[in-house]
Structures are given as structure tokens and as C-alpha cells.
Design a protein around this ligand. Structure first.
Ligand code: SF4
Ligand code: FES
Length: 368
């Protein structure tokens, strides 16, 4: 049997520690303890194995990857291996000294998450006083030291009306790319869905704003836009297909086909502590289970989009139907599609309070 194509990108969740408490956090419901995090030498081995496997891009993420003191060592090894290095950060601890060290180590790109463009709202969503001001200052520094910059905005009913201002901030800060990503509703996001899901009219206005900005900024800034599946008729091709382009390593070393895969029951996730990365990618049952099209039920099996969207998102199928092997309910052809319309009704009701995400004692809560 032939081996699968190698992955393009790898996300390293170096830690689940994080100073922010976003109510749509994509980390698993059960966070990993510092004592369980991989040591530096294992992360270096993971980078070396990834490069040998054919990975081209490595994303240093978390939690907050800057909570790891060995981040510059890992960035340097990735650069030596020819891997394109991207830091995905909340940026609240990204000062000039830290940036100089990372740039000198060979970092290529920084992605900063913003919770909103209005400081009070942004700080409330992150549950961190002064977060917005720190992020803005850090974004300016990224451009000052000459690194490529992406701004990431996760949008929902509390900020989706300000998409034009988000794009304007990206222009002011010299970002080459901006991501406007609607919350994806699994894990912590699912827990807060009633507080976060926008209405159809709010989503349509945001979509119009993105299209207008794309036409205006065509050669100056790339705008990525992820819509919430709750108003879709065709699902997104999540991760470019299960275990086809991407892998994710958790702080403790479990290897996953996507960041939310630990929400799925019935898997014995392989670990870099015991198994070579190439064996996991090429031969593990967990990665093979939903790879390609052989696993698909109808209507996917006989659908001419099956190699375009790969049946949608396995984590969303599980979150909504309890079975990760069903067609994503975002698809209008799914027998479960009515679940999306039912859930979308939450968007027209008053929003409940956020249930914030907390990591032990590392958070700095704000009042209110
Ligand atoms: Fe995609 Fe399956 Fe829907 Fe076809 S039936 S569009 S393959 S999710
Ligand atoms: Fe896991 Fe879509 S997030 S497959």
C-alpha cells in the first residue's frame, strides 16, 4: 500500500498555559499540566523528525508559547532545518527584547490574536486588563524588527459588527495577512455557543465587509475569512482533510490530525514519546481512520464534492451528532442538517454571560 503524502504544516502546542481566558478557546476541555509538558530535547527531536518527513511550516502555539523559556532554542533549530517558523501568540508578553531574540534565532512570521478593536471590549473578551494595548504595541514592534505579521480576529456576536475596523487596524499596522475567523463550535466554543453565535444578518454584513475589503486591498493584504458552519450549506474542508496536510502535537506529545481531535472519544492517540513521527503519520490507525474517502457514509460516498471538502469536520460531526463518522451536519445533504438551524435559533435570544477559560494561577483576571 502506498504511503500518504507528507504533511505540509505542523502545529506545536508547546504548553496549555495562557494569560488570557477567551470563552472560545480551542484547547481541550482538560488542559495539560506543566509537569506533563515535553522537555526541550523531545521537541527538538519532533522538529527534526518533521523536517525529515517533509513538513515545510511549523507553528509554535499553545496556550501561550512564550510561556516556554526554551522557545528561542526551538525556533533556532526549526530555522536550521529549513522550516518556516510562525509564532502564534497572544502577544501580551512580546516586548522588544523577546522579539529581538526570536528574530535573531530565525523566526519568520508572527501571528497575533486580537479579541476586538475596541480596547474595553477586547479586554473583557480576553478577561485581561490592558491586553489590547499590549497587543497593538507588540504588533508595531513585529513590523519594526522586519518580521511578517498576521492579525487574527475571532469574531462572534460581541464584535462581528466591527469587521471593517478590524481590517483597517491591519492596514495601519502593516499586516500582510488578516484572518477574520468566526468561532468554531466545539470544545470551549461549544460551551459558550449561546453567548457567541451571531445572527444571519450580522454574518451577512461581515461577509459583505470582507468582500469589499478584498476588492480594495487586493495586492496589499490577504484576508482569510472563516464563516460559521451554522449558516452554511456546504461544509469547509476542515484541515484540508483529516490527516492529509497537517498534524498537531499536544504539550504532552500526543499527535493529532487537528487541534480539537482530543474531543473525540474512542481514540488511543499516538505519542512522540513512544512512536516515531513518520510511523504515526504513515501507519497509525488514528490517522488512517478518516483519511481519504473510504470511511465515508452516504451521502458523501457518492457525492462529487467528496474530494473537495472531505465530508467536512469530524469534530463538528461529533459535537452535534455524537458520531465523528457521520457527514458534517453543516452540509445541506446531511440527514442531520436541521440541527444547524435549530442551534442558530440561539443567536436571536439574549446572550448569556461568558464561561471564561482559566489556566490555574497563571491568569491575571480583570474586574467585572
Ligand atoms: Fe461534502 Fe459529503 Fe456534503 Fe458531499 S455530501 S458536499 S462530500 S459533506
Ligand atoms: Fe477536528 Fe475539524 S476540527 S476535524
Amino acid at each position: 500500500m502506498s504511503l500518504p503524502d507528507p504533511p505540509m504544516g505542523m502545529l506545536l502546542e508547546l504548553t496549555h498555559r495562557c494569560p488570557l481566558q477567551c470563552p472560545y478557546c480551542s484547547n481541550p476541555l482538560k488542559l495539560e499540566r506543566v509537569a506533563d509538558e515535553l522537555p526541550t530535547e523531545t521537541w527538538i527531536s519532533v522538529l527534526e523528525q518533521a523536517a525529515a518527513l517533509g513538513v515545510l511550516q511549523v507553528h509554535f502555539s499553545g496556550g501561550e508559547p512564550m510561556a516556554r523559556r526554551d522557545l528561542p532554542v526551538l525556533v533556532r533549530r526549526a530555522a536550521e532545518l529549513g522550516l518556516y517558523g510562525n509564532l502564534i501568540t497572544s502577544a501580551v508578553n512580546l516586548d522588544r527584547a523577546a522579539l529581538d531574540v526570536l528574530a535573531e534565532a530565525g523566526l519568520d512570521h508572527v501571528q497575533i490574536s486580537f479579541q476586538d478593536v475596541e480596547a474595553a471590549s477586547a479586554d473583557r473578551i480576553a478577561h485581561y486588563e490592558g491586553a489590547f494595548a499590549k497587543k497593538r504595541a507588540a504588533a508595531e514592534l513585529v513590523r519594526t524588527v522586519g518580521l511578517a505579521l498576521t492579525l487574527n480576529f475571532v469574531v462572534h456576536r460581541h464584535n462581528i459588527g466591527r469587521v471593517p475596523q478590524m481590517i483597517a487596524l491591519g492596514e495601519v499596522l502593516g499586516a500582510g495577512r488578516i484572518e477574520i475567523a468566526n468561532v468554531q463550535y466545539y470544545g470551549w466554543g461549544l460551551r459558550n455557543r449561546a453567548a457567541l453565535l451571531p445572527t444571519r444578518a450580522e454574518l451577512d454584513a461581515a461577509t459583505d465587509a470582507v468582500h469589499a475589503a478584498r476588492a480594495r486591498l487586493r495586492s496589499r493584504m490577504v484576508i482569510d475569512y472563516v464563516v460559521p458552519d451554522y449558516y452554511a450549506s456546504e461544509p469547509k474542508g476542515c484541515m484540508g482533510g483529516w490527516a492529509q496536510r497537517f498534524l498537531n502535537v499536544s504539550p504532552a506529545g500526543r499527535v493529532l490530525p487537528c487541534h480539537a481531535a482530543e474531543t473525540l472519544p474512542g481514540f488511543d492517540w499516538p505519542s512522540v514519546r513512544t512512536t516515531p513521527l513518520a510511523d504515526i503519520w504513515n501507519h497509525s490507525e488514528a490517522f488512517a481512520r478518516y483519511r481519504g474517502t473510504a470511511w465515508m457514509p452516504e451521502p458523501c460516498r457518492s457525492c462529487d464534492r467528496r474530494e473537495i471538502d472531505w465530508g467536512g469536520c469530524r469534530c463538528q460531526a461529533f459535537a452535534l451528532t455524537g458520531d465523528a463518522g457521520r457527514t458534517d451536519p453543516a452540509c445541506a445533504l446531511s440527514p442531520d442538517h436541521a440541527l444547524m438551524a435549530e442551534a442558530a435559533g440561539e443567536a436571536t435570544r439574549p446572550a448569556p454571560d461568558f464561561v471564561y477559560r482559566r489556566y490555574g494561577a497563571t491568569v491575571e483576571p480583570v474586574a467585572g
